[in-house]
Write a protein that binds this ligand. Structure first.
Ligand code: PXP
Length: 255
């Protein structure tokens, strides 16, 4: 059972578990295990609210078949992270995940670096956001917590954004972390005022979570790497439970 919310009448802060690195483990040896469906079921039984996967153009971890199987066989919200690339958009239109989170993607990167330039790419993003929305998919944009990007997301008609927490999580000093946290706080307020659902993710673990829990208006956190890493020691279900216990300290929005 997931821990009860400590937010009075508010729903609990939701956890989307990113399973990319379960697939990474499989792909590095070309095996059929670990099974992504089993991983998803364990996370959901442990209280996770949804499953997130990133179908990269280079297919380094999640494969097309994973996306179709998760959608067909797992009874929970599926969030597909993807680049604004025609081939991947076509797959999303076939699969119809509950949610698509548009992210920037570069072949050489270790993981997603930086947020989507929604403001600079508004013309290129507009038809994709519209096509996905017309197919009944909720569209999220993974952006930096900057007013310019958030305003572009609102203009594009995306119902939600995911604030990039990477710079906060990777900050080299307490001072830099405080500055990044301030940016996240302001960004969340701005996004909320624009009517956007506010999600957040990237680089989160139970050690850096308390700072992010000061950010108002959060709906969902998408967390992957640290959960799969923790699972090596305690198992995936326990790693998810630990995270949910830590997230239960969230107090929600501002008056
Ligand atoms: N949110 C987005 C948009 C991402 O691209 C990623 C990484 O795939 C995550 C969340 C999860 O980040 P992490 O694996 O560092 O928890």
């Amino acid at each position: 059972m997931p821990p009860e919310s400590s937010r009075g009448g508010h729903p609990p802060l939701r956890l989307g578990v990113n399973l990319d690195h379960v697939a990474t483990l499989r792909q590095v040896r070309g095996t059929e295990y670990p099974d992504i469906l089993e991983a998803a079921r364990l996370c959901l039984e442990a209280g996770a609210h949804g499953i997130t996967i990133h179908l990269r153009e280079d297919r380094r971890h999640i494969q097309d078949a994973d996306v179709f199987r998760l959608k067909a066989e797992v009874d929970a919200p599926l969030n597909l992270e993807m680049a604004n690339a025609p081939e991947i958009v076509n797959i999303a239109l076939q699969v119809r995940p509950d949610e698509v989170c548009l992210v920037p993607e570069r072949r050489q990167e270790l993981t997603t670096e930086g947020g989507l330039d929604a403001a600079g790419q508004e013309d290129a993003l507009a038809p994709t956001v519209r096509t996905l929305a017309d197919a009944g998919i909720q569209v999220s944009l993974f952006v930096e917590a900057d007013a310019r990007q958030l305003e572009a997301a609102a203009r594009l008609g995306a119902p939600m954004v995911e604030l990039h927490t990477g710079a906060y999580c990777d900050a080299a000093s307490d001072q830099a972390a405080d500055a990044e946290l301030g940016r996240l706080l302001q960004g969340a307020r701005r996004a909320h005022a624009l009517g956007l659902q506010v999600n957040a993710g990237h680089g989160l673990h139970t050690g850096n979570l308390p700072g992010v829990l000061r950010v108002p208006h959060l709906d969902t956190l998408n967390i992957g790497h640290s959960l799969v890493a923790r699972a090596v020691f305690v198992g995936l279900a326990e790693a998810v439970r630990e995270m949910l216990v830590a997230m239960a300290a969230y107090r929600g929005g501002e008056p």
